[in-house]
Write a protein of this length. Structure first.
Length: 57
């Protein structure tokens, strides 16, 4: 059970990091820095994908 709680905490932390990444990507794109915005968006999507892998496999 403790293992599952630790994993859930890590997922919550990753979700928070993904949100920060989305905000940063939005900021970059609003400033016209599309290349770095897209790179950040890719990283965020990878983070969400990792969460999905854990939850459904």
């Amino acid at each position: 059970m403790d293992k599952h709680i630790d994993i859930m905490r890590r997922i919550i932390e990753l979700a928070g990091t993904c949100l920060e990444g989305l905000e940063h990507a939005k900021s970059r794109m609003n400033e016209g820095d599309f290349e770095n915005g897209i790179i950040m968006l890719h990283n965020v999507l990878d983070g969400y994908y990792q969460v999905e892998l854990f939850l459904y496999h």
